[in-house]
Write a protein that binds this ligand. Structure first.
Ligand code: FES
Length: 143
């Protein structure tokens, strides 16, 4: 009887250990992925604010939409970085892309200037408000 209890306790420990090991492996892989994200964010920011985009990721004539902060960053001409709210003033959708210096809202196809956010095509009647950003090295940071 005593030996059986001992065996059960040992197997219970092994079972728990196996679960922990399994969890450890799973948890170990997730944080390392998250750590990579944090590392890239940290690497992308050299000031107090987090980088919302990298200059190298913003093509001339195009742009990058950062969904997390709802900002669209554009580069209408080489070296000229602009930023605007990504929230369309028509009905609040997020703009989705920038093509040929036009910021496009996918909901009803309003288009805005990548230079100053002005309406190029409705149904939106108001432009995109400018956002203040600064370029720090290759990082674009909210000012
Ligand atoms: Fe953007 Fe309608 S919400 S065009």
């Amino acid at each position: 009887m005593v030996e059986r209890r001992t065996v059960l306790q040992v197997s219970g420990v092994l079972a728990v250990g196996g679960v922990l090991a399994a969890c450890g492996g799973g948890a170990g892989s997730e944080p390392s992925g998250a750590a990579a994200g944090v590392a890239s964010d940290a690497a992308g920011s050299s000031g107090e604010g987090a980088a919302i985009a990298s200059v190298g990721d913003v093509p001339v004539g195009g742009g990058v939409v950062n969904d997390e902060v709802a900002i669209v960053v554009t580069q209408p001409s080489d070296g000229s970085i602009k930023a605007f709210t990504a929230v369309c003033p028509h009905q609040g959708c997020l703009v989705s892309e920038v093509v040929d210096n036009e910021i496009i809202c996918p909901c009803h196809d309003s288009r805005f200037s990548a230079v100053d956010g002005a309406v190029l095509q409705g149904p939106a009647t108001e432009g995109l408000a400018a956002a203040s950003v600064v370029v720090q090295g290759d990082s674009i940071v909210l000012a």
